[in-house]
Design a protein around this ligand. Structure first.
Ligand code: NAP
Length: 245
């Protein structure tokens, strides 16, 4: 599964599964763009660490909810690498409340990062991919977008929206040889969910197989989707776990 020399932008890659992705892509000799919004120190440390084994790595501060930041993310990518092969819309947040306690701010912030962010990034990066007549967009959705989750109506709705967005965009961009797919990862412990042991327990209880491989399964699947081993798949939603019911 060769992804060497592919230019890959991963939004929200200062921490969590975005960080795991850029590390893995860089190990596969891809050209990688680390993006962060708030975690400057973590992003710079990651950049420094990757540069030890792969010089083709840059770091760009950009808030995916701001169009001018996203344009700059694209410009800095283009200036350094001259093209873009893949965009992974990974930046995401959650703010959990029962609906009776969920203020509009909380609803809007989650929708903004998880859904509007993916729209803005796809809009800007798709222009370049259309010119190239090839490209891949991978949206990181969630099982909660398929099933819904109590106390997470904002998060669940944003991920359900991202799933619809994926299917619609795939229909638009197929004619330009651009694949658009979404992944719903298994439960992977990160800053996003580490404070909620209950969620982890429930997620693991519903799995047929042990969940310990969720992170590596996710990374391997992303590498597969970006590689030339798979060329005719678009508009699909891939759920990467073994949950029942
Ligand atoms: P995480 O550890 O909390 O990391 C979130 C990342 O998003 C950080 O790098 C953060 O960067 C970035 N981010 C947040 N707001 C941003 C903004 N406005 N602009 C740019 N970047 C921003 O979360 P994670 O668990 O790795 O989740 C990553 C994605 O996977 C999310 O979309 C999440 O919904 C999805 N997901 C995760 C799981 C799981 O089990 N972990 C399961 C299903 C789906 P800064 O700190 O620099 O702001």
């Amino acid at each position: 599964m060769d992804i060497s020399d592919k230019v890959i932008v991963v939004t929200g890659s200062s921490r969590g599964i975005g960080k795991s992705l850029v590390e893995a892509f860089a190990h596969e000799n891809a050209k990688v763009v680390i993006n962060y919004c708030h975690s400057e120190k973590a992003a710079n440390e990651l950049h420094h660490q990757i540069r030890q084994y792969n010089e083709n790595c840059i770091v760009v501060k950009a808030d995916v909810t701001k169009r001018e930041d996203v344009v700059r993310l694209y410009q800095e990518t283009y200036e350094r690498f001259g093209r873009v092969d893949a965009l992974i819309n990974n930046a995401g947040v959650c703010e959990d409340h029962a609906i009776r306690d969920m203020e509009e701010d909380s609803w809007k912030r989650v929708m903004d990062v998880n859904l509007t962010g993916a729209y803005l990034c796809s809009r800007v990066f798709a222009e370049a991919m259309i010119r190239q007549k090839e490209g891949t967009i991978v949206n990181i959705a969630s099982i909660k977008g398929l099933e819904g989750c109590a106390n997470q109506v904002n998060y669940s709705a944003s991920k359900a929206g991202l799933i619809g967005f994926t299917k619609a965009l795939a229909k638009e961009l197929g004619q330009f040889n651009i694949a658009v797919n979404a992944i719903c990862p298994g439960f992977i412990v990160t800053d996003l969910n580490c404070r909620n042991e209950e969620k982890k327990r429930i997620a693991e209880k519903r799995c047929l197989l042990q969940n310990e491989h969720a992170r590596t399964d996710f990374i391997h699947f992303c590498i597969f989707l970006l590689s030339n081993r798979i060329q005719g798949v678009s508009g699909r939603i891939f759920t990467l776990d073994s949950r029942i019911g």
